[in-house]
Design a protein around this ligand. Sequence first.
Ligand SMILES: Nc1nc2c(ncn2[C@@H]2O[C@H](COP(=O)(O)OP(=O)(O)OP(=O)(O)O)[C@@H](O)[C@H]2O)c(=O)[nH]1
Ligand SMILES: [Mg+2]
Length: 285
Amino acid sequence: MANLMPAERFRGADLSRVADRARRTLGDDVMILHTRSVRDGGVPMVEVLAAPSHAIDQVRARLEAAPLPATLRKADGRPYCIALVGPTGAGKTTTAAKLAVRRGMFGANRTGLLTIDTYRVGGMEQLATYADLADVPFEVVYDAREVDAAIKRLSADCDVIIIDTPGRSPASAELTERWRSLLDGLAPDEVHLVLPASLRADLAVDIGRAYAPSRMHCGATHLLLSKLDEVPRESGITDLALSLGMPTRWITDGQDVPTDLRPGVPRLLRTWGLAADAEPDWMPA
Ligand SMILES: Nc1nc2c(ncn2[C@@H]2O[C@H](COP(=O)(O)OP(=O)(O)OP(=O)(O)O)[C@@H](O)[C@H]2O)c(=O)[nH]1
Ligand SMILES: [Mg+2]
C-alpha cells in the first residue's frame, strides 16, 4: 500500500541535534510525531519521526469528523440516530454496546439502543443484557411497520440512538435487502462503516465502495476502524483510513465494553508512521 504520510524519520546520538536536523530538512513548522530509542549497529540512538505541521493539518482535516452538536435531539423532537454497518464479525454489536453504555459518551445527551439484527443467534440477547445492566432503553425492530413506534418509545427518554445492523453477507441478498430497507426507514443521521483495522487495504476499499451512499440509500458517512489491538504496532491504519476517504470519529481497540473505544483522529495521528520499516517490537501470540 502506498504510504500516504508526509513524515520522515531521523536518527542521531541525541534528541536536540536530531530535532534540529528534522527542522532544517522539513522547515520551521516541523512537528515531532514520535520519538524512541533504537540501536543502530549496536550503538544506542534516538529516532524521531517528524512531519511539517501544515501536512499534519491536511491529514487531520481529511480524517476528522465534524463535531457532534452539543444538543443531539433535533428540532422536530427526534433523537439523533447513529447506525453501525459493516461485514460480519467486524465488531458492530460490541461497538454499539460500548457507545450506548459508556457514561457521558454523548455529554448530557441520553442514549438508547436499537437493533435490526434479528438474524444472528445471540446478538440481540447480548445487546439486551448490556442495555439492561446500564439501564439504557433498548428496542428490537423486525419489520418496517414497527420503526415509527420504536423511535417514538425511545424518544421519550433518549436524545441519541445507536442502531446495530446485521453483517452483510453476499450470500443472502434477500436478507440484505430487508435490513437495508429497515435502515432506510430509520433514516440515520450518521452511518459508520465498521471495519477491522487488520483488513487488507484493497478489500477495505472494495467494501467501502459497496457501502458508499452512491450504492445504497443510507450509505456510510463515517469510517470506524475496529480491533486496532490486533494490528502489530497499529502499522498502516492511518493510511487505511485515508484510503477509505471517510471521516473517523471513533476507533476500537479491544473486546471490553465499554472501555475499549477511543476518539479516532488523535489515535490515528499518534500511530501515524509507526509503519512497516520499524523494527518489530510486537509478535502475534
Ligand atoms: N480484539 C478485538 N476484538 C473485538 C473488538 N471489537 C469487537 N471484537 C470481537 O469481535 C467479535 C465479533 O464482534 P461483534 O460485535 O459480534 O461483531 P458484529 O459486527 O456485530 O458481528 P455480526 O453481527 O455477526 O455481523 C467478538 O468476539 C468481539 O468481542 C476490538 O476492538 N478488538
Ligand atoms: Mg452483530
